[in-house]
Design a protein around this ligand. Structure first.
Ligand code: G4P
Length: 198
């Protein structure tokens, strides 16, 4: 379910750049509007009402702030996957490879086995969903641990890049709080209409 407050904020302060990039540095990715994040956190809790969540999993860097505020409404810890270029990984970790189309590079993401267990019920939260590789990589870490994947949240999904549809086809319960269907520096932003807006 999309979130009207967030859509209004993206329309007001988001900047559409060439190359299909949406800058939300004014409130999400650089300067952070904590009050807005609180509303986002409440909305995520509402959308997963009644679901048991023992851990919120995200990826550094921009996912961390959102995950931390959402975690206050779930009363659970946040675990953030670290990005590393090192192939010789020290210690006991779960690991997955995540290719970034936006940055054209491969990242290895890791979490320590100490913090993700088979009895965890995990909610994945990330800021942007483009090609879906970050959420898919995070879901691989959850399955390596033998934990339950409750679902995934992206604050802003770029619907035209197809990652969200791929994740839904995988059977992951994906909730995107704003889905951009198309964007153009001249014509502006169009949000997906068939998804409900709250
Ligand atoms: P994917 O995970 O869905 O496959 O996406 P992709 O690799 O293409 O995105 C890589 C990075 O670019 C991610 O951040 C993602 O949040 C960000 N990103 C993708 N599209 C946009 C966009 O239109 N606007 C903005 N502002 N960011 C976008 P990252 O570099 O991996 O992490 P971070 O350190 O910035 O959090």
């Amino acid at each position: 379910m999309q979130m009207q407050l967030l859509i209004d904020r993206i329309r007001k302060d988001g900047i559409v750049k060439d190359g299909d990039v949406l800058k939300v540095d004014a409130f999400l990715n650089h300067q952070i509007d904590v009050g807005l994040l609180e509303e986002i956190g409440k909305e995520i809790r509402r959308q997963f009402d009644g679901k048991k969540v023992t851990k919120i999993l995200t990826i550094e860097a921009s996912g961390i702030a959102i995950a931390c505020i959402a975690a206050r409404y779930f009363n659970c810890p946040v675990l953030f996957a670290k990005k590393t270029k090192t192939l010789n990984i020290a210690g006991d970790v779960y690991t997955a490879e995540v290719y970034s189309f936006t940055h054209q590079k491969m990242n290895r993401i890791i979490v320590s086995k100490s913090f993700l267990h088979a009895d965890d019920s995990v909610l994945i939260i990330d800021d942007f969903l483009a090609n879906g590789k970050a959420i898919i990589g995070l879901s691989e870490l959850v399955s390596q641990a033998g934990a339950e994947l409750v679902g995934a949240v992206s604050v802003i999904e770029k619907g035209f890049q197809g990652g969200g549809d791929r994740i839904r086809e995988m059977g992951i319960d994906l909730h995107s709080l704003a889905i951009v269907e198309s964007m153009d520096p001249e014509k502006g932003l169009i949000f997906r209409e068939e998804e409900g807006i709250h």
